[in-house]
Design a protein around this ligand. Sequence first.
Ligand code: HEC
Ligand code: HEC
Length: 448
Amino acid sequence: MNVLRTLLSVITVSVVLSSCNYDVLHEADALDVDLKERLQKASPTGELSHFILPASTDYDNIPHDPKNPLTPEKIALGKYLFYETGMAQVAARQSGMETYSCATCHVPSAGFKPGAFQGIADGGVGFGTQGELRQMNPEYEESEIDAQGARPLSLLGVAYVTNTFWNGQFGGGDLNEGTEDLWNDEDFTSINELDLMAIEVQNIEGMGLHRMEMTPELATEMGYRVLFDLAFRDSPVSDRYTTLNASFALSAYIRTLLPNKAPFQDWLEGDYNALSNQEKRGAILMFGKARCYTCHYSPALNSMEFHAIGVNDLYQRGGLNTWEYDRRNFGRGGFTKDPDDMFEFKVPQLYNVGDGAFYFHGSSKETIEEVVDYFNEGIPENPNVPGTQISAKFRPLNLTKEEIADLLKFLKNGLRDPYLDRYVPPYVQSGNCFPNNDALSAEQMGCE
Ligand code: HEC
Ligand code: HEC
């Protein structure tokens, strides 16, 4: 009797289970079909493959500058230099020497953004776990520190950025064709005249702006000579261990920072279990009802469009070295001086966006939930931005609570590459602490 009952219940349970499995599968199938259709419609090429990021070693398919070809040797060098506090040789004060690196402001574990609302390199001390404890070095005047009037952009998928900065000012090609007469104004150098792509141009400028340099002596002292020899065989030895070549290596390396192990990427490659049903529903919203794709549609889910969505500026939350009339607050218009471009900012990428804690160019939001609410409500927050400038694509979405939860799940998990550590070297050749090397950071990070 007991045996029979057990047997019966086993049968019932398995029938229920398998029909339930069947429903789950069925729902997943339907969601996959729906998502594929939406992506095809959202894709500028009409193909799903538009959204697939290349492997970081697929050099032919990573957008790059033919004048700075991607090679494993150059990328390996750039991977050290990006974190190398030893290049911090042009600090404004002695106490800043050899204390900062590119990764001070572009922190891998914060999605290659800073962990604080503003990045501070020279003139900053402290780190915490992802830069959240960075503060001004009391020995510096505010005007002496290296802190910019906008939050650092993420460098994930930066290969898909044809003109860099929130205002797109760097790079003479693409969007900046026809802006030649702007390249010599007081705030700007003629660097765009170099016949190079934006990332290469910007990093030449960036080495100087961020007070870094490379010399033959440094290369020898820090142990980079051989790496430069391998990466820049074609440069004459007299011209090999230079700040310029260091910038080229950095450019090559950052072009390989592709979040290609995010679950959404696996799904695009045909692993339909990589996303949960909730994440799939979120993706369907992102590429459908929530209309995120109308602006975020390039492979890194950025785009080279500029839009005013009326968020607050950095000075409004107490940013250092910035003020109401900082031209960075005017977005594209701050560069082109065209009234039509005022307050329009570049559409940034969306991978690992939940890893940091500050959103928008002025870090006016601190959670991804707040960001989604902002888009859902569609009400500009910055009183300085005239309503006439606000993008027609920025309007209320009327998403339900459940839809918001689904969208958030996709943003936080589906678009999160959990293995970004692969882009971080185990040490830098100088043996310095990184990404910061001031005493306070070293202590907080447990460097010896
Ligand atoms: C003091 C902080 C700081 C340091 C150090 C720093 N950056 Fe940045 N980075 C920024 C800020 C801020 C922006 C955005 C500026 C803007 O748009 O007005 C930015 C933007 C960029 C961009 C453009 C991204 C895009 O989508 O347009 C690239 C590329 C970049 N940085 C690379 C580097 C490299 C390479 C280094 C090291 C040489 C470096 N950065 C060091 C703060 C920093
Ligand atoms: C009108 C075009 C447009 C639409 C539609 C749009 N975005 Fe954006 N998004 C932008 C622009 C422009 C910025 C940068 C604004 C700024 O900082 O001034 C941005 C910034 C963001 C950021 C912050 C990224 C960072 O690095 O700080 C997130 C996250 C984001 N968008 C997600 C979404 C989601 C989710 C949707 C759909 C609900 C969406 N966006 C719809 C244009 C758009």
